[in-house]
Design a protein around this ligand. Structure first.
Ligand SMILES: [Zn+2]
Length: 91
């Protein structure tokens, strides 16, 4: 195996890891593929960038809010409370 082949092999492995990790972190499929291609072609730029974004997202997990009607906690920012159907999004 030549050095180039090894480098390609490593790049492919890391790209696949980034793709799977992005999917796990709620990125859409096109976004995950974008990350994967970016890392594969320009790992020196995209891999640190991906890890920084990942760390930032980890610090701000999906927001949880208590419904003001039934006081149960829901996640994200839906229009209606998933527990009681109360309109929670202020338009
Ligand atoms: Zn509710």
């Amino acid at each position: 195996m030549s050095t180039q082949q090894i480098a390609l092999f490593v790049a492919a492995g890391v790209s696949i890891w980034v793709y799977m990790d992005a999917k796990k972190n709620n990125y859409s499929t096109p976004m995950s593929i974008g990350w994967m291609l970016g890392v594969f072609m320009l790992m020196i730029v995209f891999l640190p960038f991906y890890l920084i974004v990942k760390a930032k997202r980890a610090k701000h997990p999906v927001m949880s809010t208590a419904c003001e009607h039934c006081s149960k906690v829901y996640f994200g920012s839906p229009n209606y409370c998933p527990h009681c159907g109360y309109l929670v999004r202020k338009v």
